[in-house]
Design a protein around this ligand. Structure first.
Ligand SMILES: Cc1cc2nc3c(=O)[nH]c(=O)nc-3n(C[C@H](O)[C@H](O)[C@H](O)COP(=O)(O)OP(=O)(O)OC[C@H]3O[C@@H](n4cnc5c(N)ncnc54)[C@H](O)[C@@H]3O)c2cc1C
Length: 114
């Protein structure tokens, strides 16, 4: 939390997105509850604050189901490399264009495709 890490896939944003609230022991020895509503000025400074604003004691996080990622591999003859990557980059470019035009409409589909 103190470094506001992102996960393996940076498209899913940093840890702060999943934090509901936490308790902070500050330099005066006070224990404060911090959330977007309570002591909110500390919410964005402590998360990613590298310990400068106190000691994080515990946290309430929004969690989700753990998903198993799999690596997909494809064997190709070296003759096919150029056409394979040309086709792949064309598809990626098309998706990016569509996403720029209709980001909200296609965002869930985009995430599934990646
Ligand atoms: C090989 C490598 C790969 C990495 N890959 C990624 C990655 O993919 N994504 C990513 O986001 N980061 C990545 N990092 C950075 C990594 O996430 C941070 O270095 C790590 O989270 C720091 O945690 P720590 O417990 O190791 O360090 P620590 O040194 O224990 O803590 C880091 C900071 O948090 C403070 N701190 C510790 N505990 C508390 C507390 N209770 N309250 C308040 N402050 C506290 C410390 O003072 C310090 O400033 C990588 C780092 C390495 C070395």
């Amino acid at each position: 939390m103190s470094v506001n890490v992102h996960g393996r896939d940076i498209r899913h944003h940093a840890l702060i997105e999943t934090v509901e609230s936490f308790r902070l022991l500050d330099a005066k020895g006070q224990i404060l509850t911090v959330s977007r509503e309570e002591n909110s000025e500390l919410f964005h400074t402590v998360i990613g604050g590298y310990g400068l604003f106190g000691v994080i004691l515990d946290v309430t996080l929004n969690l989700t189901d753990d998903e198993l990622y799999t690596i997909k591999t494809k064997s190709l003859h070296y003759d096919e490399y150029t056409s394979y990557f040309k086709e792949k980059s064309f598809k990626t470019m098309m998706l990016k264009c569509i996403l720029q035009e209709y980001p909200l409409l296609l965002a869930p589909i985009w995430m599934k495709c990646m």
